[in-house]
Ligand binder design. Structure first.
Ligand code: NAI
Length: 249
């Protein structure tokens, strides 16, 4: 129970990596806000958790690309559970077109608003809450292997995910004075809805590029996030934790 009574806000908590992390956090004793643009699915997840572990979860419909909604999600954590200890900025979308086929309004702006601005808003809103509580708190944000390298069809995605790494470094630097930590994770190929949109052939290629030759399970990422959120990880700050099964070696 490494996260006993910690209060965590997990964006993208209704699916994939976020959902696995919500479940892991509750298993480790945390109280969670399941925050997702799909409010209905988030509510179903929270109901299921509360049925097994009473008062462990609440849900909140949030579009992370709107700052006021992210602020409201943080306030919801405080209203329901009295405080906030961890934010996992994990909501995101993927996909893309070749650069020269881009329509900026379709292929650049929405992804930057969700994958990049959404993380900035989470850091800002949670950071202010941590300071108001007297300090402390952990910010974990989901980047990607593509945040550190170029890849096919990933022009915008790579830019947004690189920004997540930069935000993490700067947040750690600026917020250390309040005792707040910030860490980014870079998943490789994880078997979730985001990756299931691709063909079986491409998915097999993705899996073969990792050292075990398989797709990573969302639960394997959640295990690392739980560790990073815990006090056991107090010296991990302002850095990137590669959770890519050796993709980047
Ligand atoms: P997923 O599609 O299963 O989960 C993403 C969740 O984010 C969904 O529940 C979705 O409703 C939510 N979401 C989307 N837009 C939102 C918005 N504007 N506001 C709030 N919630 C929103 O996909 P997965 O794989 O769990 O993705 C989680 C994160 O992991 C994303 O940031 C993704 O870029 C990142 N990632 C995933 C990898 C993979 O192989 N699956 C690899 C590297 C990074």
């Amino acid at each position: 129970m490494r996260l006993q009574d910690k209060v965590a806000l997990i964006t993208g908590g209704a699916s994939g990596i976020g959902l696995a992390t919500v479940e892991k956090f509750v298993a480790e004793g945390a109280k969670v806000v399941v925050a997702d643009v799909n409010a209905e699915r988030a509510a179903t997840v929270a109901d299921r958790l509360n049925a097994d572990t009473p008062d462990s979860a609440t849900s909140f419909g949030v579009d992370v690309s709107v700052f006021a909604e992210v602020e409201a999600a943080v306030q919801h954590a405080v209203d329901v559970f009295g405080r906030l200890d961890v934010i996992f900025n994990n909501a995101g979308i993927a996909g893309g077109k070749p650069l020269l086929e881009h329509d900026p309004a379709v292929d650049y702006e929405p992804m930057i608003r969700i994958d990049q601005d959404g993380v900035y808003y989470g850091i800002l809103a949670a950071g202010r809450q941590f300071r108001a509580q007297g300090g402390g708190g952990v910010i974990i944000s989901t980047s990607s292997i593509y945040g550190e390298q170029a890849a096919e069809l990933s022009f915008t995605y790579s830019a947004a995910k690189a920004a997540v790494i930069s935000f993490t470094r700067s947040a750690a630097y600026e917020l250390a004075q309040y005792g707040t930590r910030a860490v980014a994770i870079t998943p490789g190929r994880v078997g979730t809805a985001i990756i299931n949109q691709f063909s079986d052939e491409l998915k097999a290629t993705f899996a073969s590029e990792q050292l075990r030759g398989t797709m990573t399970e969302p639960e394997e990422i959640a295990n690392v996030v739980a560790f990073l959120a815990s006090d056991e990880a107090n010296v991990i700050n302002g850095t990137v934790v590669h959770v890519d099964d050796g993709y980047s070696v």
